[in-house]
Design a protein around this ligand. Structure first.
Ligand code: CP
Length: 333
């Protein structure tokens, strides 16, 4: 360890095994483990047949107390493509929570049935509560406006494939930076990789929470600026991460209606951007990216969708402890 940066030493000191691990935020994974997942996802993409029985006999539960298209379906597809099976519910109205059951009791129950759980819940901290009650690994599939770690894994895989790296980049995040949990997860994780210049683009009402800014301030190598105007900064960006204004987290319908169309990325604005800028969006989009941008080679948001499935395949197989046939770990290279 002599001569290594302190951050690297600390990363190694806090690393715990992947097998049996719950992932509530990406802080639960070391940088080395995140890099290994990125490497595994690349391997899975090019060895679909070879990995198709990796999780034979395993069962995943998807407990979704909030709507989802990509996250739930990709968690489920990931397990099915690895040879496992899936149970669960989509919509709390179908579960015993309607009879007053607590998250803890639900997780103590479901732990008897499955090998791994993915949970989405509207309340911040619900996934942590679930993980403490469960006897199998729990993966946070989004808890309120807090975190969405597997979306960040998809985002990192997309940056890696576009730039060959996830840092040494100027990353603009635009839209609802208050309630956008994908934004919070991504910033916190990029801060750990270091050397990222964040440009935080939002109206005053939707600025980045202080606890996330504190995380940037705590690094030696990352910085941020907060601005309101997208066009004035778009030419500086390597990455533009657009977000939807999170209607479901607003207390006041009038505020939502006033703010929802603050930013609309279209080809006229893209004309000011770098030729190799990447446009990311966790989806779903509403109006914030015009459909005409989909045909622009800089649009990377449907690549993110594919990467989300591959990263969830890598994560699910890792936490249940199933080796991908033929896979050589990054650390052995
Ligand atoms: N990105 C994302 O979380 O999408 P869903 O809400 O459709 O799962």
């Amino acid at each position: 360890m002599k001569g290594e940066p302190l951050s690297s030493v600390l990363e190694q000191a806090v690393e715990t095994p992947m097998v049996g691990k719950s992932v509530i935020t990406l802080d639960d994974l070391s940088i080395r483990q995140i890099q290994e997942l990125l490497h595994k996802a690349q391997y899975i993409d090019s060895h679909r047949k070879e990995v198709a029985h990796t999780c034979d006999g395993r069962v995943l539960a998807t407990l979704f107390y909030e709507p989802s298209t990509r996250t739930r379906l990709s968690f489920e597809t990931a397990m099915l493509r690895l040879g496992g099976k899936v149970i669960g519910f989509a919509g709390a109205q179908l579960a015993s929570v309607t009879k007053g059951e607590t998250i803890s009791d639900t997780l103590k129950t479901v732990s008897n049935y499955v090998d791994v759980v993915a949970i989405r819940h509207p309340k911040e901290g619900a996934a942590l509560v679930a993980s403490r009650a469960a006897s199998v690994p729990v993966i946070n599939a989004g808890d309120g406006g807090h975190m969405h770690p597997t979306q960040t894994l998809a985002d990192l895989a997309t940056l890696q494939s576009r730039f060959g790296r996830v840092n040494n980049l100027t990353v603009g995040l635009c839209g609802d930076l208050t309630f956008g949990r994908t934004v919070h997860s991504l910033i916190e994780t990029l801060c750990r990789f270091g050397n990222v210049n964040f440009v935080l683009i939002s109206p005053d009402e939707l600025k980045t929470p202080q606890y996330v800014l504190d995380r940037i301030n705590a690094t030696d190598s990352c910085s941020y600026t907060e601005v309101k105007d997208l066009v004035s900064v778009i030419g500086d960006l390597d990455v533009l991460y657009m977000t939807r204004v999170q209607k479901e987290r607003f207390f006041n319908e009038d505020d939502y209606l006033r703010l929802r169309d603050t930013y609309i990325l279209d080809e006229a604005k893209m004309a000011y951007a770098k030729k190799d800028m990447a446009v990311l969006h966790p989806l779903p989009r509403v109006n914030e990216i015009a459909v005409e941008v989909d045909d622009d080679p800089r649009a990377a948001y449907f690549e993110q969708v594919k990467n989300g499935m591959l990263m969830r395949m890598a994560l699910e197989s890792s936490v249940v402890g199933d080796e991908l046939p033929g896979y050589e770990p990054l650390e052995s290279k």
